[in-house]
Design a binder for this molecule. Structure first.
Ligand SMILES: Cc1cc2nc3c(=O)[nH]c(=O)nc-3n(C[C@H](O)[C@H](O)[C@H](O)COP(=O)(O)OP(=O)(O)OC[C@H]3O[C@@H](n4cnc5c(N)ncnc54)[C@H](O)[C@@H]3O)c2cc1C
Length: 336
């Protein structure tokens, strides 16, 4: 993909590559898939713009899901997302390459970044689109988005400004399967990164709403005292998110403050009936197992071979639950 200076010759369907959590990962892959359809109609290429540090693995993943080109800005100053710095970097690259279309997920991240980008690039933005098509006559991107409080769907076009920008909810488009035989190109544009010094990131941590759907979950990842301390227990939230499940906990884990009270499983907590329950670092006290005995399959990890939980488990793994979960997470992250 060549750098373009002339707006009339804008080219390429670009996706903003967001890999920060499960849903953002998926929506990027879904947009690559849709981007391929759009690019085919426009006879152009699909590119993914990815910023951060250690992003090679994501670049490879995007290629395996259908991206022709990856525009990668690998820099430690972009390791943590900061909207001002990201806006400046993305805007500079977009101005330099002039893509025809720029798409991103309608996630909390996309909702923050994309309006700023649209303003900076002096173009339009359709937020929360539910469909994207190319108009066969004009070649413009038709951005279908809910209007009037969701009462109607509006078809929006951006005839005079570039890129044509839209955000899309996760789950609207279907991602293509991973195919590691697909080849793509990775470009590393040179860019002068100037972090906004008015803002210092002190600490970041995932926001958890506390709302759970434990009773309806197909997968429950339950942790007990043996999954502590809190920093180790926190792995379970990521695991549950990657598996599309919910976190449950025993009484000692709740008492230690590793999980909210509403995640308590057992006699005085919730009763769950998932297809799969992982019971990690739990002894298997009756008051706890009363809440999980309806699970179709139970996999238990305990370092004590005589732990009572093994009597009811379909699969019993003897070992350190924390290192087993850390290894599992590492593997899952690679596959997604
Ligand atoms: C009236 C009453 C009601 C109760 N209601 C509930 C309830 O609703 N829900 C509930 O959960 N509890 C309830 N309890 C408490 C319950 O009796 C148990 O004390 C509790 O379930 C034990 O939780 P646990 O398995 O996390 O901890 P523990 O019993 O201390 O077990 C920890 C387990 O982790 C293992 N372990 C330690 N480190 C590791 C490691 N690194 N890797 C792998 N394994 C490791 C240990 O071998 C051990 O088996 C109730 C108690 C009473 C008296």
């Amino acid at each position: 993909m060549k750098k373009k200076r002339n707006r009339n010759s804008a080219q390429g369907v670009w996706i903003f590559g967001d890999y920060r959590n499960y849903f953002q990962d998926r929506v990027t892959l879904q947009l690559i898939s849709k981007g391929r359809d759009l690019a085919q109609t426009l006879e152009t290429e699909v590119a993914v713009l990815v910023l951060g540090e250690g992003i090679h693995q994501y670049a490879m993943e995007y290629v395996a899901h259908g991206a022709d080109v990856i525009i990668a800005v690998n820099d430690s100053r972009l390791k943590e997302y900061q909207v001002e710095t990201y806006t400046t970097v993305v805007a500079e690259i977009v101005e330099s390459y002039q893509p025809e279309i720029l798409l991103g997920g309608a996630t909390s991240f996309g909702r923050e970044l994309f309006p700023r980008l649209a303003k900076r690039l002096n173009t339009g933005l359709s937020a929360d689109c539910v469909a994207l098509e190319i108009d066969p006559d004009s070649g413009l991107l038709i951005q279908t988005t809910p209007a009037f409080g969701g009462e109607m769907l509006a078809d929006v076009v951006t005839p005079n400004h570039r890129p044509q920008m839209a955000t899309v909810h996760p789950g609207i488009f279907k991602e293509r399967p991973h195919d590691s035989s697909i080849l793509g190109r990775i470009l590393y544009p040179e860019i002068d990164i100037r972090p906004d010094e008015r803002i210092q990131l002190v600490r970041s941590r995932p926001h958890r709403t506390g709302k759970t759907n434990l009773e309806g979950a197909d997968i429950v990842v339950a942790g007990g005292r043996g999954m502590g301390p809190k920093e180790e227990f926190d792995m379970l939230y990521e695991l549950a998110e990657l598996l599309g499940g919910e976190v449950g906990a025993t009484r000692p884990a709740i008492r230690a403050g590793w999980a909210d009270e509403e995640r308590l499983l057992g006699q005085t907590g919730k009763t769950v009936k998932p297809k799969l329950l992982l019971s990690l670092g739990t002894s298997g006290a009756l008051q706890y197992t009363a809440g999980i005995q309806g699970a179709e399959t139970i996999i238990a990890v305990n370092r004590d071979p005589n732990a009572p939980i093994f009597k009811m488990a379909d699969l019993a793994l003897e070992g350190d639950a924390r290192s087993i979960i850390a290894a599992l997470l590492e593997e899952l992250r690679k596959r997604l």
